[in-house]
Design a protein around this ligand. Structure first.
Ligand code: MN
Length: 677
């Protein structure tokens, strides 16, 4: 009989690779799947399915998407031994598949539609039900006519399918217990009442006058705990959550004739079985599938909840405003809400009253009107920015005007705003264009319209209001003030001491761009070699920025010490062209590797920001292999070319928001590198 692992064995030298040498194959009665993220010469994902004691494997270069329209190439590769299920590590240079292998997802699967493996392979049609942390629901593998190893992988339409994303929830589940919720779950309650406050570590939700209850989806059953008379249409909406099992916390709400939430109207509607008026506002997610999420932070639970709730006329995700109680009160004061609830963003979900929740009543609000959908109406309201001086020429050589700049930001706003949201931002204003006077501004001055979001941040012992750009209106407001580029912090309101990114700035000043390219390639190799997945963009001027998205909890000190070590390794590798010398006139025409931006209150231009330089160039995300193009010039990316490029290649920087990485193993690996040479 043919040994299914002969290919696997022949390709590897088990004295040199840490990969497992196969034991004799023994079929088990299980169906495990594992997905490795394989940072080899080209990044790809290896999907492996257990069958007859081995792992049948496919390499998927572009990864996974929950959008059924995204059909991804999957190349069948050699069967791997079952021991590979738990393998992760670094395959050394020169060995087959050299690079870093990490476990990206793991779980079990079932074959559906064609339950017999041999028949499914024969027909070139494998339909899978996956039960992982990231991948769930039904997926198809279909062989193409091109060659016997070429398959397409795509999501079937089901509960989980939807907008393109590569994870069911978009958050890390490492801290979540794989256990059901206890039966005696008690709703979390406010531990105190206080007057309105502002605190960047807190978020603020509206308080709904209604009936608090848990909403539960368990397979085909969907119900509201303790409310037997919940209307059918509402239970049907709950059944459409993008998962099989969930427990939500929220409030049943009914509106009176003036569209105000009203408890008595709700009680009557429930008693009469009148479902038309009743809606549910979900503000927390306690369980997802087999995971108890109560130990995760509120920020993460809400991000996951937002992903699960589909568009619906009856079931809503209750949004919040981070950092500012007054901003929320201003938005809801007219809308018939009794008050706001302040919640600590890092808090876990606890039984009963907790100081992490604080009730903030609205004083003297007897007369209220307007419907109970304040956040939605706020978003669809006409823009409150009155753009001025649109014809003013900002770039004299090219003739670009302030109007051109506003039009660019409007066109790119949807892609760009996620990199600005919830971050304090400093402005650098050029009211007369790039050749005129400019001034740097961190403080939101008197006269700032009251709809503009600001957060107070201690500076020299006094609170200084900082702008926060969350939406198109605020973005255009900042540009209309004369900003050309924007300068957000590396951390967000709610976790200001914990940066989301470690950043290395390759700043050439007078050095040739070819040197920047060489250093960036070396930086990419180094970071990937220690297990990280760095991102790259142009600075918009003459340099490049390397970003590593960080898991929550790292401090600026961590990020700075790490990037400094990376910079020093690079200088040792390329001493003729790279330096960490701070004094510009001592850099000898070398590229400056700047790691000092990794500090609280320092800023970095975000992707898609225009820069105040000739040519109106734009900070533009790049793929790493674009560095191989010797013609590459940061000047080719401008307010005229970037919108079209972004439509074509998509947002290459999106992983900066959702691929948050663990620095500790990378630091250990970097220390090895430092000691090694
Ligand atoms: Mn591979």
């Amino acid at each position: 009989m043919r040994d299914p692992l002969s290919d696997y064995r022949e390709k590897r030298d088990f004295r040199a690779t840490p990969e497992p040498a196969p034991q004799p194959v023994r079929a088990r009665d299980s169906r495990v799947f594992v997905i490795h993220r394989h940072e080899a010469r080209n990044l790809h994902y290896d999907l492996r399915l257990e069958h007859e004691g081995v792992l049948r494997s496919w390499a998927v270069p572009k990864g996974f998407s929950y959008d059924p329209a995204d059909k991804r190439l999957a190349v069948r590769t050699e069967d791997h031994p079952i021991e590979y299920e738990h393998f992760h590590g670094r395959i050394p240079k020169g060995q087959y598949g050299a690079g870093t292998m990490t476990i990206w997802d793991r779980g079990h699967y079932e074959l559906v539609k064609i339950p017999d493996w041999e028949e499914a392979i024969e027909r070139g049609e494998i339909k899978l039900q996956l039960y992982g942390r990231r991948l769930r629901g039904e997926w198809h593998l279909v062989r193409t006519t091109q060659s016997k190893n070429s398959w397409l992988l795509f999501k079937s339409r089901d509960l989980y399918s939807g907008p393109s994303r590569d994870s069911a929830l978009g958050i890390e589940l490492e801290q979540a217990a794989a256990a059901p919720l206890p039966k005696d779950l008690v709703p979390m309650q406010c531990g105190a009442t206080r007057s309105v406050f502002t605190d960047p570590n807190w978020l603020f939700e509206m308080e709904f006058a209604g009936l608090r209850c848990f909403a539960e989806k368990a397979g085909p059953r969907a119900f509201f705990r303790g409310v037997d008379s919940a209307p059918t249409a509402l239970r049907e909406a709950l059944a459409l959550l993008r998962c099989e099992q969930a427990v939500l916390d929220g409030v049943l709400v009914a509106l009176d004739d003036q569209a105000r939430p009203d408890r008595e109207v709700l009680a009557r509607a429930l008693a009469a079985g009148d479902g038309a008026r009743i809606t549910y506002y979900a503000f927390d997610l306690l369980q997802w599938e087999d995971y108890d999420l109560r130990g995760l932070s509120l920020f993460d639970r809400k991000a996951a909840l937002r992903t699960l709730v589909p568009e619906s006329a009856r079931l809503f995700y209750a949004d919040h405003i981070a950092g500012s109680g007054p901003a929320l009160l201003a938005a809801i004061a007219e809308a018939g809400f009794p008050g706001a609830i302040g919640k600590r963003g890092a808090s876990t979900y606890q039984n009963g009253a907790s100081p992490d929740w604080q009730r903030i009543p609205i004083g003297g609000h007897a007369d209220v009107h307007e419907p109970a959908v304040a956040p939605q109406t706020a978003r669809t309201a006409p823009l409150r920015v009155k753009a001025t001086n649109l014809a003013k020429v900002y770039w004299p050589a090219e003739g670009h005007t302030k109007g051109d700049l506003l039009a660019y930001y409007q066109s790119i706003s949807e892609v760009m705003l996620p990199y600005l949201r919830d971050r304090p931002v400093h402005l650098n204003r050029f009211p007369d264009g790039i050749d005129g006077k400019s001034f740097y501004q961190r403080e939101a001055k008197d006269g700032t319209p009251d709809w503009v979001r600001t957060v107070p941040i201690e500076h020299d012992g006094a609170p200084v209001p900082h702008y926060v750009i969350d939406d198109l209106e605020m973005l255009l407001h900042a540009i209309n003030l004369g900003s050309i580029d924007l300068h957000p912090w590396l951390s967000r309101v709610g976790s200001l001491d914990s940066p989301d990114w470690a950043v290395l700035d390759l700043d050439p000043k007078a050095a040739p761009f070819a040197d920047v390219l060489r250093i960036a390639r070396a930086a990419g190799r180094l970071l990937r070699g220690i297990g990280l997945r760095p991102l790259l963009k142009t600075s918009g001027k003459s340099g490049l920025h390397v970003f590593v998205p960080l898991q929550p909890g790292y401090s600026y000190d961590h990020a700075r010490m790490f990037t400094e070590a990376v910079a020093r390794v690079l200088v040792r590798e390329l001493p003729d062209i790279a330096t960490v010398e701070r004094l510009p006139d001592q850099r000898d025409g070398k590229v400056y590797l700047d790691f000092l931006q990794n500090r609280r209150s320092q800023t970095i231009v975000p992707p898609y920001s225009v820069r105040p330089v000739r040519g109106a160039s734009v900070s533009t995300p790049l793929q790493w292999d674009e560095l191989e193009d010797s013609e590459l010039s940061p000047r080719q990316f401008t307010i005229h070319t970037v919108p079209e490029r972004t439509r074509q290649v998509g947002d290459l920087f999106r992983k900066a928001l959702d691929d948050r990485q663990d620095l500790l193993p990378a630091i250990a690996a970097l220390e090895e590198v430092l000691r090694g040479k």
